[in-house]
Write a protein that binds this ligand. Structure first.
Ligand SMILES: [Zn+2]
Length: 444
């Protein structure tokens, strides 16, 4: 159990139209995350992630780990610095050029702060190889910081120069095998987004700089998004389009929505393995480049995109599974009549019971008892904690009654302790649910 008075959360107020570190405040997630003391810009496109946002990101990473490990992915860590030589070999040093942050060591050897690791993975395979077909396929992933020298960083964590990303790579002896794993991993993606309860659409996309023969973007509708989708209200098919039109699958009229790209997946073929000489030995003893597929989710971007999609202008809202804390408990104001009947010990006791019954290690007590309940309730609502438990006037009753505010509910509910615990136990975040019916599966 943690106490709010001890949390490092520098709350600020940003005046209308203000620029922070030469950056305009262009969307609500950027403003709210800064104002609520969750992130601080250090310079254009670079951010310090403060403790409460760090907690959310860890929760998000855990969901991603869980869903990927479940389909056999193995975690590794590649260096943030990739030799520039490998990017010359793949030809991307020129195509991606200006977006790469390049550095030179004391011996004059050039590196880049990697925005993605296809070259590094292909080089790993080349370095070990040639692999036997018997060692294939395998699926590797990492979650870590990536770098892109955005021409114009904007929207806070939505378009930053340093960002956390899941990047996964699968290595195969055949295109059919790559396609099979691609489908398995994209099912894991659907499970991740369902766990977050976010309507992320999979849409077919051009491969762009990455190359390969098939790719999908994973798009979350949000007004501040820079991409545009045509979404079918009838069959949920989604496609990249600036204008609404007839759904290509069922013919119904589509709706135009702005959206944010939160992930991208590619079947790459030999796009990287060929130039980087990552080969394998087939059963007939011939050698060929391995087939690759790669999978990315922008972790810090997904966090800010979900906040962007769910929040109002005035208050943060999170997917319940990644809110900084699942519940906050607010006790009476010090010196009040309620306080004499329901002091700090009893408030802590309620919080402890909530932890034990519903949200293990995931409850925070707003112990700033010098503040009124109303003031703390307002701040808790602005922070978007999914469950707010108030020990107020009802705490004087026998048995004491507590008010439970759940985000989304119009009115709080007055419950005794057993009712409160039973209600919250019901809200426990379950393990990632089965993919089942999905959000906006699209053809191709
Ligand atoms: Zn349709």
């Amino acid at each position: 159990m943690r106490f709010l008075s001890q949390i490092f959360q520098p709350v600020i107020t940003i005046p209308k139209g203000a620029k922070i570190k030469n950056t305009e405040i262009t969307c609500k997630s950027q403003k709210l995350l800064m104002e609520c003391g969750l992130v601080r810009p250090t310079s254009s496109g670079l951010f310090t992630i403060l403790p409460l946002a760090r907690r959310s990101i860890t929760k998000l990473e855990n969901i991603i780990h869980h869903c990927l490990e479940e389909v056999g992915a193995q975690r590794l860590s590649l260096p943030c610095l990739t030799s520039a030589k490998l990017w010359k070999q793949s030809g991307r040093i020129d195509s991606v050029g200006p977006e790469l942050i390049q550095v030179e060591d004391r011996h004059g050897k050039r590196y880049l702060l990697a925005p993605t690791h296809e070259e590094a993975i292909a080089d790993l395979v080349a370095d070990i190889g040639p692999l036997s077909y018997k060692q294939l396929p395998f699926l590797l992933y990492q979650i870590g910081n990536k770098y892109r020298d955005e021409h114009r960083p904007k929207h806070g964590l939505l378009r930053s120069r340093e960002f956390s990303m899941l990047d996964a790579y699968s290595i195969h002896a055949s295109d059919a095998c790559a396609t099979n794993t691609y489908n398995v991993v994209t099912d894991a993606y659907k499970k991740i987004f369902r766990t977050l309860d976010l309507p992320v659409h999979r849409v077919q996309a051009p491969p762009g700089d990455m190359g390969g023969r098939l790719s999908h973007e994973w798009q979350l509708p949000a007004a501040a998004g820079e991409d545009a989708l045509a979404v079918c209200p009838s069959c949920h098919h989604a496609a990249r389009a600036r204008q609404p039109g007839a759904c290509e699958r069922c013919g119904a009229d589509t709706c135009a929505v702005n959206s944010i790209e939160v992930g991208h997946t590619f079947v790459l073929g030999a796009r990287y393995s060929e130039p980087l000489l990552a080969g394998f030995v087939a059963p007939d003893a011939s050698t060929a480049p391995v087939h690759m597929a790669c999978y990315g989710i922008g972790v810090t971007r997904l966090l800010s995109a979900s906040v962007e999609a769910l929040s109002s202008e005035k208050a943060l809202r999170w997917p319940a599974a990644i809110a900084p804390y699942s519940a906050v408990v607010i006790g009476p104001k010090e010196g009040s009549k309620e306080w004499s009947a329901h002091g700090f010990d009893r408030v802590q006791d309620v919080a402890r019971r909530v932890e034990q019954n519903a949200f293990r290690d995931d409850v925070i007590v707003d112990d700033r008892h010098q503040l009124t309940i109303g003031k703390r309730l307002m701040m808790a609502d602005r922070m978007g904690y999914p469950h707010i438990v108030v020990c107020g006037r009802g705490a004087l009753e026998a048995p004491p009654r507590y008010e439970l505010f759940r985000s989304g509910d119009a009115e709080p509910r007055a419950l005794d302790l057993n009712e409160l615990l039973a209600t919250l136990a019901d809200q426990r975040i379950r393990q990632p649910v089965d993919a089942g019916a999905d959000y906006g599966e699209s053809a191709g």
